[in-house]
Design a protein around this ligand. Structure first.
Ligand code: FES
Length: 89
């Protein structure tokens, strides 16, 4: 199974408008759920899509106006297959 790639826009607009908190939440989510080996987390520069920010990309899919509530739903959904894989004997 391939890894989940999460890319967080670290441009000043996205960062100031929520991605600083979103990044901390993702790091905590990875730690809490023991997903270090399954998730690649990286930052990216501004893609000139600031008006829709904060922006986060997961396996190439773009998510806009991401806040903690939205992020939790996305991570729970995206990580479902990992949890299933881990619980399989
Ligand atoms: S700062 Fe994120 S798209 Fe510009």
């Amino acid at each position: 199974m391939s890894k989940l790639n999460i890319t967080v826009c670290m441009g000043s607009s996205c960062f100031a408008r929520g991605n600083q908190e979103n990044l901390a939440f993702i790091e905590e989510y990875i730690q809490k759920n023991g997903l270090n080996a399954e998730i690649d987390l990286e930052g990216m520069r501004c893609e000139n899509n600031c008006a829709k920010g904060p922006n986060i990309y997961i396996n190439g899919v773009e998510y806009n106006e991401v806040d903690i509530d939205k992020l939790k739903g996305i991570l729970d959904r995206e990580c479902e297959w990992i949890n299933k894989t881990q619980s399989t004997p």
